[in-house]
Design a protein around this ligand. Structure first.
Ligand SMILES: Nc1nc2c(c(=O)[nH]1)N[C@H]1C(S)=C(S)[C@@H](COP(=O)(O)OP(=O)(O)OC[C@H]3O[C@@H](n4cnc5c(N)ncnc54)[C@H](O)[C@@H]3O)O[C@H]1N2
Ligand code: MOO
Length: 388
């Protein structure tokens, strides 16, 4: 069996980075910027007032000015402002030529067309120079996972169409005679396909375009038929049938269809029967069927693969450190991803770790990572975890 780190390296070697496509700005959040983009304007494009008040050539306490016009956001005062003159101005408006500062209206008294400055003025000129936010040619670097904040910046730069990495198309194939879809009526020996939907949600969250294919039954013909429905997927994920039982057909059928297998079985818990390779034009990952195993492998392997396809680099899921609030038994020969609860006090593994227990996974907010042969750990020691 290979280690988790070796499996990840092999998965990254199998993953192909995807090409770019153009999307409207309103669809860019959550996508990965594929190429650097460049500001097409200065912001602000003119020296702009930061406050509502009066633009004046200079200001001394008690000075009087004649108001000669108005500059509002969207319609500037055309012309200069000279000695003894002021222009009424509003936040965001162009500062007229000749003005060196804005006196905020709270510091003025107005009578008709005359203003008098108060005896105490603050020092702030309240003028934002042209290009103070960004200038023509300033770039947003790629690759970058675009946030709502980035979208606001791109909009201000007048970038209406954004080059982003195409979403990885993922086909999800559940296998097993025992499975029915949520909402269906299961027979006495049947259960609901659950981790299929958990993985679909996870994949959408991380920027992929997942598609749930019909459940494959435990026959070579049914599984072959499911693989035939994969179409143009970049990644095919099978769920279940990965182990050694008589009905675990995935490895055999995939091999018959020509899969070049990179590995089968990883020294981890849960998730041991994981397999991967390339099949036809797609990368293939065979996940174990146990619901928690499939979801844990989703976080530990599938999410980093999707990030690599999106051009965000080949790196394991980022880990953090926390202090143990409950002791741990020694670990064995498989890297253990324990369902755990993280609080302000630290982290503790949950009591039941069986890989069929989705209720325990639902109660967890972290996977506490135990290295191979990790000795017993006491309260107060530091451990690694993956946030969920
Ligand atoms: N003799 C051995 N038996 C098993 C081994 C082993 O090494 N030797 N490994 C165990 C481990 S570890 C795991 S994990 C499981 C995984 O087996 P499979 O990938 O072949 O999964 P299945 O047998 O098809 O299913 C296991 C379990 O999960 C349920 N399942 C499957 N798909 C779904 C789904 N989409 N949604 C919800 N539940 C699903 C299935 O009904 C089974 O209960 O093998 C151990 N056995
Ligand atoms: O590896 Mo299995 O996934 O332990 O339950």
């Amino acid at each position: 069996m290979i280690t988790v780190a070796q499996a990840l390296d092999q998965l990254f070697a199998l993953a192909r980075p995807l090409e770019a496509e153009t999307v409207p700005l309103s669809a860019a959040a959550g996508r990965v910027l594929a190429r650097p983009v460049t500001a097409r304007r200065d912001q602000p494009p003119f020296p702009a007032s930061a406050m509502d008040g009066y633009a004046v050539p200079q200001a001394t306490p008690g000075a009087r000015f004649t108001v000669i016009g108005e500059s509002a956001a969207g319609s500037r005062f055309d012309g200069p402002v000279g000695p003894g003159q002021a222009v009424r101005i509003f936040t965001g408006a162009p500062v007229p030529q000749g003005a060196t500062r804005i006196v905020i209206q709270e510091d003025t008294m107005r009578e008709g067309d005359t203003i008098t400055l108060r005896d105490t003025l603050d020092d702030n000129p309240y003028i934002r120079p042209a290009g103070t936010d960004f200038r023509i040619g300033d770039t947003v670097a790629a690759p970058r996972l675009l946030s709502s904040r980035d979208v606001a910046l791109l909009a201000a730069m007048n970038i209406a169409e954004v080059p982003v990495t195409r979403k990885p198309r993922v086909a999800l194939i559940s296998t097993g005679d025992e499975l029915v879809m949520p909402g269906d009526t299961p027979g006495p020996d049947q259960i609901i396909a659950s981790n299929t939907f958990g993985l679909h949600a996870l994949l959408r969250d991380i920027g992929a375009a997942p598609r749930i294919l019909p459940i494959a039954r435990d026959t070579a013909a049914s599984l072959t038929h499911a693989f035939d429905l994969v179409e143009d997927a970049d990644l095919v994920i099978t769920i279940g049938g990965a182990s050694v039982g008589d009905h675990d057909l995935v490895a055999r059928v995939a091999a018959e269809l020509g899969m070049e297998r990179a590995f089968h079985k990883v020294a981890m818990r849960p998730g041991k029967p994981l397999m991967s390779g390339r099949l036809r034009d797609a990368m293939m990952i065979g996940l174990p069927g146990n619901p928690v195993s499939a979801m844990v492998c989703g976080h530990v392997f599938v999410a980093p693969v999707i990030r690599a396809m999106l051009g965000l680099g080949a790196a394991p899921a980022p880990r953090r450190r926390a202090t143990l609030t409950a002791p741990l038994e020694p670990n064995g020969k498989r890297e253990h991803y324990m369902r755990a609860q993280l609080t302000d006090d630290g982290i503790a593994a949950l009591d039941r770790q069986d890989s069929s227990l989705l209720s325990v996974l639902g109660a967890a907010n972290a996977l506490l990572v135990r290295p191979v042969d990790d000795p017993a750990r006491a309260i107060g020691e530091q451990v690694d975890y993956l946030p969920l």
